[in-house]
Design a protein around this ligand. Structure first.
Ligand code: GLU
Length: 472
């Protein structure tokens, strides 16, 4: 497709959540797939609810997910002159008018209409009054009284709206600010947006926007309204279903690749393929493959994708991502190479970076803490001779390769007539503090001779103390 221009136009009234991030992703992918342009526009005309810090959070979230924009961020609050110009055009054409009905009056009439079983819409009192600008006056769009407006949606097909159902919408508030439906049209028009891809909660706004395009003598863009995201209980996704803000997932140790891969499958599919690299998504993304039904947010699947991307990631890159998590735990890190080797052993086990940081403790802390149940069960006085023998043999070992380590353990097992399986778990507890960890020889190889022997000696002391206490 030629000259595609899409946009993501969040209102900075909250953090970027799962739904918004998916909208951004679809727009970004569609632009990239078509070698087009992706614009970021901040819709901040609601001065009361908009906050600068939310704009920052939205930008940080997009950057974290790796979505870059070619233009913007534009701010609607800085484009007021442009909206005013288009208001004058509509006023001149007779397609808009000033209205001085007070909000209370409008509300009263709405209620009356409803009570009479009629559609609660503005009664058009000021349509023919030819009012000019003035204190407390809004500008309304003059909607047609008859006919229908057809929304031809790429995803939903054609939807027809009766014009008589549509209100004479306020397009400029009494404080001079444009309203959403008007500003969005002026922006999409002046920014040359060719495709509007957004959540289907906006579908009822679309006929109103199409009428404004028509009144301005402009052709509307292509619309694609994406079905909602629901929680597992099939109600609209909200905080009740867990974290919904994108940065909360970053802070919980999710990788951006996992998040992007997860988000795209909320509504878009390519056969039954689940794993997509970003390059592959750019190559394959089309609007035709967006489904018609709502998608269900599944945290388990996101976790599965995250563990997949942790396994597949380059340890060097993971080390960079893991560092802030380790710093938060105040774990000392002096040797980058040591860290990366440790990471490799945890990649198959950790589902998030938070989990990985938790599992890192025995690699990074000098004095590990024993899990009390594990210590009670495995660091028993009967193991004292085994540990003594292991320490002696390991001291004499010049090279700590897996092969040589295995030989040491086998020899101790044979000489003291204790099964290898009975030795492994106590040693694991001595080295890591717990009963589950990466392979024993892998760990010993990474910890190295000094640390390994120090920890075995410490466990030995623990067992000797225990023996003394047991003695009658
Ligand atoms: N600011 C609107 C929102 O956040 C954008 C709607 C649109 O894409 O037109 O919902």
């Amino acid at each position: 497709m030629e000259n595609v221009v899409t946009r993501f136009s969040p209102s900075p009234t909250g953090t970027l959540h799962i739904g918004g991030a998916r909208t951004a992703l679809f727009n970004w992918l569609f632009a990239r797939h078509n070698n087009g342009k992706f614009i970021l526009r901040i819709e901040d005309t609601d001065v009361v609810r908009s906050a600068e810090e939310y704009t920052q959070v939205i930008i940080e979230s997009l950057q974290w997910l790796g979505m870059d924009w070619d233009e913007g961020p534009y701010f609607q609050s800085k484009r007021l002159d442009i909206y005013r110009k288009y208001i004058s055009i509509l006023l001149e054409k007779g397609r808009a008018y000033y209205c001085d009905c007070s909000p209370e009056e409008v509300e009263r009439k709405r209620k009356e209409a409803m009570a009479a079983g009629k559609k609660p819409k503005y009664d058009g009192r000021c349509r023919t009054r030819n009012l000019g600008p003035g204190q407390g006056r809004v500008v309304r769009f003059r909607a047609p009284d008859f006919g229908t407006t057809l929304v031809q949606d790429v995803i939903k097909g054609s939807i027809s709206f009766d014009n008589s159902e549509l209100d004479d919408l306020v397009i400029q508030r009494s404080d001079g600010m444009p309203t959403y439906n008007f500003a969005v049209v002026v922006d999409d028009l002046t920014m040359g947006i060719t495709h509007v891809i957004r959540g289907d909660d906006h579908v009822n706004n679309t006929p109103r926007q199409i009428l404004i395009y028509e009144a301005l003598g402009a052709t509307p863009p292509v619309f694609a309204h994406v079905p909602m995201i629901l929680g597992q209980d099939r109600t609209r996704l909200s905080k009740r279903h867990g974290a919904t803000s994108v940065l909360a997932y970053r802070d919980a140790g999710y990788l951006p690749e996992a998040m992007v891969n997860y988000l795209v499958r909320l509504g878009w599919s390519y056969g039954d393929q689940e794993i997509f690299s970003k390059e592959e998504l750019i190559e394959k993304f089309t609007l035709e493959n967006i489904g018609k039904s709502a998608s269900i947010f599944d945290p388990e699947k996101l976790l599965w994708l995250n563990s997949y991307y942790i396994k597949e990631s380059d340890p060097d890159k993971l080390a960079d991502l893991l560092l802030p998590f380790l710093e938060r735990k105040k774990y000392p890190i002096s040797d980058r190479n040591y860290l990366e080797r440790a990471i490799i052993t945890l990649q198959p086990r950790a589902k998030t970076l938070t989990e990985m940081a938790d599992m890192m403790d025995f690699y990074l802390l000098e004095n590990i803490e024993y899990d009390s149940k594990a210590a009670r069960k495995f660091l028993k006085p009967t193991m004292i001779p085994v540990f003594e023998d292991l320490i002696e043999k390991l001291r004499a070992l010049d090279e700590f390769t897996e092969e040589k380590l295995e030989k040491v353990f086998r020899n101790t097992s044979a000489e003291l007539n204790v099964k290898l399986g009975k030795i492994a778990q106590p040693v694991r507890v001595a080295l890591t503090g717990r009963t589950a960890s990466p392979g024993l020889f892998e760990i010993i190889d990474i910890l190295g001779k000094d640390k390994t022997i120090r920890r075995l000696e410490r466990a030995l002391e623990f067992m000797r103390n225990r023996k003394e206490k047991q003695a009658p």
